[in-house]
Design a protein around this ligand. Structure first.
Ligand SMILES: [Zn+2]
Length: 344
């Protein structure tokens, strides 16, 4: 039997007050409704989000920061050059983090084993005490901390958003129980994510950065997945796989400079699901991050949902036919930095 799929949908609420042309524009919510409807037709259970609790948020954020975000309730505030609130943002951000928590609880309870949370605002740039890059609360970090607090010994986070998840890395860089693996455009916003950033103290080796030069294609991602992402996951043996599922490395994305096809997102997801089947009874939860071309976003989400909902098949990566050594360059840099910690 294939895995069931769960969609936890906060997007319809995520109508941030944004300046004209801002990529977080409201039409996104309508597109997500279409995606949710198509997934429902194919058998996904659609679940309304619940707000994250203060206790859940305090595992990764400072209480003073929670207070500052709560004080934006009812107001439009500029938190950083990219990050604005609308009067509803605090409530929406609580639902987005709560959706990530709910996704974890549902896959941990065993049925379904796979979850996809359509969460806005995104989370992976949010630091312990700072909003950044459209992100208020670090949804995936809240999810990982929730899993740890509920008895999962080892959690793997794989982040294929085009941007490096600085917040997620910083929150777990000293923690050997949470593995963070990121593929990202580099150098690029937010500036972190060099191959030499491998973690701190007891967490050394449990931060795995795969910095890719702008213009990477499907074959580059296939290379880094087969040479680094999958071998490290198999050695780590997580009890739960979490995915920061950003779609801004898509070739149509107006922010990112990568050239991934829709099929590459499906292939990455099937690769990760396959490892989850091997390591942890298929327990995998995807939490959305970026993705700013709405057609590419919708198509990629549907392709990913199909990978979670259908049978486990051998991964078939698409072939762009474009020659590129960006993937092998990233593998070289990363395996050199991480050779003391993992077998490649
Ligand atoms: Zn992004």
């Amino acid at each position: 039997m294939g895995m069931a799929l769960l969609l936890i949908h906060t997007d319809r609420f995520a109508e941030h007050q944004t300046p004209p042309g801002h990529p977080e524009r409201p039409e996104r919510a309508e597109v997500m409704d279409v995606v949710a409807d198509r997934c429902r037709v194919r058998g996904a259970e659609i679940v309304a989000p619940r707000a994250a609790t203060r206790e859940q948020l305090l595992r990764v954020h400072e209480s003073d920061y929670l207070r500052r975000i709560s004080e934006t309730t009812g107001r439009a505030v500029k938190l950083d050059p990219d990050t604005y609130t609308s009067p509803e943002s605090h409530e929406i951000a609580l639902l987005a983090a709560g959706a990530a928590v709910d996704a974890v609880e549902r896959v941990m309870s065993g049925s379904p084993h796979a979850a996809l949370a359509l969460a806005r605002p995104p989370g992976h740039h949010a630091e312990r005490d700072r909003a950044m890059g459209f992100c208020l609360f670090n949804n995936i970090a809240v999810a990982a901390a929730h899993a740890r607090a509920n008895g999962i010994a080892k959690v793997a986070i794989v982040d294929y958003d085009v941007h490096h998840g600085n917040g997620t890395q910083h929150l777990f860089e000293s923690d050997p129980s949470v593995l963070y693996v990121s593929t990202h455009q580099f150098p690029y916003y937010p500036g972190t994510g060099a191959a030499g950033e491998v973690g701190l103290g007891a967490g050394r080796g449990f931060t795995v950065n795969l910095p890719l030069e702008v213009g990477a294609v499907d074959e580059d991602y296939q290379t880094v997945f087969s040479a680094v992402v999958l071998p490290v996951l198999r050695q780590f043996k997580p009890g739960l796989v979490l995915v920061s599922a950003g779609f801004d490395a898509h070739e149509r994305d107006p922010l990112g400079g990568m050239r991934l096809s829709t099929g590459a997102f499906a292939a990455m997801t099937m690769d990760l699901r396959t490892v989850a089947e091997e390591c942890c009874d298929g327990r995998i939860a995807l939490i959305t991050e970026g993705g700013y071309d709405l057609h590419a976003l919708a198509a990629s989400l549907e392709a990913v949902a199909d990978m979670l909902n259908g049978p486990v098949d051998p991964t078939s990566w698409p072939v762009s036919g474009i020659a590129s050594d960006r993937g092998s360059a990233a593998v070289k840099a990363t395996t050199r930095a991480l050779a003391p910690f993992w077998r490649f």
